[in-house]
Design a binder for this molecule. Structure first.
Ligand SMILES: Cc1cc2nc3c(=O)[nH]c(=O)nc-3n(C[C@H](O)[C@H](O)[C@H](O)COP(=O)(O)O)c2cc1C
Length: 200
């Protein structure tokens, strides 16, 4: 496993991985855990990283407007990310400020157009994520199973769809490498990264 020897190499490696993982099903960075402040408790969940914009340090996810995370981020846009790549034993913790993109915005439209039916179906669930139901199959509107009404029903789910972008301002990188444990911390300040090695 190649040892990253400079802070600049690490920073580049982070963003290359975040960019590549978007199109790689098997890449562990594609499935980060994100945490919001939910009332006075932290709340975590796994998501799919849908897009990475290296030039403005921004990550993008899709979600349901009825989910807890949207309420949380509306109250407090602080969004924390945790990535772990078991192959290279790299942990990456990031802090960001989130923005929710509503229907009618160009980004919302573009991202909706980029989704496939299997993802759109997720936004058809009848009740907010986490609502108790008697049977697991109770969550879908009946029309979703009828080929004649399925497409119409899926299109109706668009108002539930939300795009969240997150501008990263802090990165804490740790690698358990055969040659030692290496940790580096990056902070975005006044238009540039300040960076330091740190104790693991
Ligand atoms: C592998 C995996 C990928 C997931 N991807 C997403 C996603 O991209 N967006 C999303 O909103 N939920 C995703 N989920 C579901 C969330 O983990 C979570 O259960 C759901 O969003 C409700 O979260 P909340 O109510 O706490 O906001 C995923 C779950 C798993 C297991």
């Amino acid at each position: 496993m190649k040892l990253l020897e400079t802070l600049e190499e690490i920073r580049e490696d982070i963003w290359i991985n975040l960019l590549e993982s978007v199109d790689q099903q098997g890449n562990a960075f594609r499935y980060p855990v994100i945490a919001t402040l939910s009332g006075d408790e932290p709340l975590q969940r796994t998501v799919v990283l849908r897009n990475t914009y290296v030039s403005n340090r921004t990550l993008l996810i899709h979600t349901d407007k009825r989910s807890r995370k949207i309420d949380d981020l509306s109250n407090n846009p602080a969004l924390s990310w945790l990535f772990y790549d078991p192959r290279r034993r790299i942990q990456l913790h990031m802090k960001s400020t989130a923005t929710i993109h509503e229907p009618g915005s160009e980004l919302h439209e573009n991202e909706w157009n980029a989704t496939d039916d299997s993802e759109r179906r997720m936004y058809s669930v009848k009740h907010p994520p986490g609502t108790a139901v008697d049977k697991p199959t109770d969550v879908w509107p009946g029309q979703i199973w009828n080929p004649a009404t399925r497409n119409k029903q899926i299109a109706l789910s668009k108002p539930h769809f939300r795009v969240v972008t997150a501008e990263i301002y802090h990165m804490d990188w740790l690698q358990l490498h055969p040659e030692g444990e290496f940790r580096a911390i990056f902070e975005w300040k006044e238009g540039a990264w300040t960076e330091t090695w740190a104790c693991p």
